[in-house]
Design a protein around this ligand. Structure first.
Ligand code: ADP
Length: 496
């Protein structure tokens, strides 16, 4: 290295800096020999060589040429090109296994290198600075991410799942070929989101997709199940699930998700619903007769005044009422799932309905104190029978999940133009983690206390669906072991 190349640094300082630099080698431009002039410590380390062994030798004397390498990575071809073209040549990635002299084994390593020409006074390539960077970690990370992507691809393919990516700012839409198949086209068809949307059942679009989209923008989670019409006029059910991606300012920018065909599951559900509806319907008639017989017997036996007979008949009557309620719930469940739950809207006084429902429910558990002070009239426009069912459900749960001598308090108030009904018990309470799931279909808390209390886990699900269909809210506040307050609100009727 002549001093005029680096006039500011004395040769020995330059040598030191060079030797300490990461992965550098300086060769002369004396093709085809390419005499090694200097090598850094790291370079020697990586190549398991010593300065004495390689400096002064031709590059290919020191490091035998690997003829299996491609033109893009073969050092002889690259050095020659640098000399001929006088251009810097980068090799972004290549593999060169490092020999470990202690273990006598090779370790796989990946490198990237650049070959920079250094010119003499006549503008000829006097030297080539070969700088090598170890990129093994990056390569491994890239491989791992490709592997993850492949695994994800395999999983989505195995699950016959379509994936999609929607840009919320520019409305861009990218999806996997499976989406076209789900919508009834061949996998290679290019689909347009707007066209796919026209295949979604019009009612489902209005009642399910649009609300789900708005909810997603607020909650970050997009999920819905809808019917779609295929080009051959057949019907298919799909389930879409997605998440919203936000930018630094917490603005929604993208939605990513999956679509699966759930037609078979839906058909099973429909069959199951039809069966439940049919069985419940058939059970209703004999139960109504049993109830009537019990009432006749009760009336006939009043003069006998046998307390055992009276109590037994009352218990039998209560059991029939419970069974009738259960069957009604099953009927409602099947109506709800098949979209046939109709609301009969009337204006009524909520306080009156609460008082009536308490009187009916109290019969199921006489002696269990229920406190209620009806205040002024609070009118709502709703389906009185269905709302009565909701109140009855909250009350019977309060009775079921608290001690017989603990008081249940019912309150009815008005809050921000909403009529609010609260049912508070001092029973077993509910853990925070269970509270949000209580309103899901068939959800029951699993605990020792619950083992001996029967139930199906549909009461709160139905209550929540009924209240939501009235544009109201339902919820719970509770702590385990410290009772619970279940409440619901309904918009107050205006113009009364
Ligand atoms: P069921 O009572 O038939 O199991 P519900 O849908 O009415 O079904 O209630 C779902 C679950 O919520 C119950 O299984 C119970 O674990 C819990 N739960 C409901 N009400 C109460 C309450 N007042 N106190 C404690 N747990 C309750």
């Amino acid at each position: 290295m002549s001093a005029d190349l680096l006039p500011v640094l004395p040769d020995d300082i330059f040598k030191l800096v060079f030797e300490k630099s990461p992965g550098s080698l300086l060769v002369k431009g004396d093709a085809p020999r390419f005499t090694i002039v200097a090598a850094s410590d790291t370079y020697l380390d990586v190549t398991s060589s010593t300065r004495e062994a390689i400096v002064g030798k031709g590059f290919f004397e020191a490091f035998p040429e690997d003829k299996t390498l491609s033109d893009d990575t073969n050092a002889r071809i690259i050095f020659t090109r640098v000399v001929n073209t006088r251009q810097k040549i980068d090799v972004p990635a290549y593999r060169f296994d490092v020999f470990n002299t202690d273990t006598k084994t090779y370790t796989e390593r990946h490198w990237s290198c650049s070959n920079t020409p250094i010119f003499d006074g006549d503008n000829n390539v006097a030297y080539i600075l070969n700088t090598v960077v170890d990129i093994t970690d990056e390569v491994r990370a890239r491989e791992a991410s490709t592997e993850n992507e492949n695994r994800l691809l395999l999983a989505t393919e195995a699950a016959a799942m379509a994936t999609w990516d929607l840009g919320l700012l520019d409305n861009s839409f990218v999806c996997s070929p499976r989406l076209a198949e789900i919508f009834g086209f061949s996998a290679d068809t290019t689909v347009v989101r707007e066209n796919l949307q026209t295949q979604i059942d019009a009612d489902d679009m209005k009642n399910i997709v649009v609300p789900a989209y708005h909810k997603a923008l607020l909650t970050g989670t997009y999920v819905y199940e809808v019917k779609i019409h295929l080009p051959d006029d057949s019907l298919r059910w799909i389930k879409t699930q997605g998440i919203v991606v936000y930018d630094d300012k917490k603005e929604p920018v993208r939605m990513l998700g999956t679509v699966i065909d759930i037609t078979d599951t839906k058909r099973d559900e429909i069959r199951k619903n039809d069966f439940i509806a049919m069985a419940s319907h058939e059970l209703k008639t004999p139960l109504t007769s049993i109830k009537a017989y019990i009432q006749i017997l009760t009336k006939r036996l009043i003069p006998v005044n046998d307390s055992f007979v009276n109590t037994t008949l009352m218990k039998a009557g209560n059991q029939v009422t419970k069974m009738t309620d259960l069957i009604h719930s099953f009927l409602d469940l099947s109506r709800l799932e098949s979209g046939k739950l109709q609301l009969k809207l009337d204006v009524f006084n909520m306080n009156e309905l609460v008082a009536e429902t308490i009187a009916e429910t109290q019969l199921l558990s006489p002696g269990h104190p229920i406190e209620f002070e009806p205040g002024r009239q609070l009118f709502v426009k709703a389906d009185a029978e269905k709302i009565g069912q909701v109140i009855g459900n909250l009350l019977s749960n309060a009775l079921k999940y608290s001690d017989k001598d603990s008081t249940i308090t019912v309150t009815c108030t008005i809050e921000n133009n909403n009529v609010k009904v609260l049912v508070t018990d001092n029973g077993i309470g509910i853990k925070a983690k269970d509270q949000e799931k209580l309103f899901q279909r068939f959800y029951r808390v699993e605990s020792d206390k619950m083992k001996n209390i029967s139930g199906f886990g549909i009461g709160l699900y139905l209550s929540s669906e009924i209240i939501q269909r009235h544009r109201g809210t339902i919820g719970v506040q509770s702590e385990e072991g410290r009772g619970a307050t279940f409440y619901f609100t309904l918009p107050a009727a205006t113009g009364i």
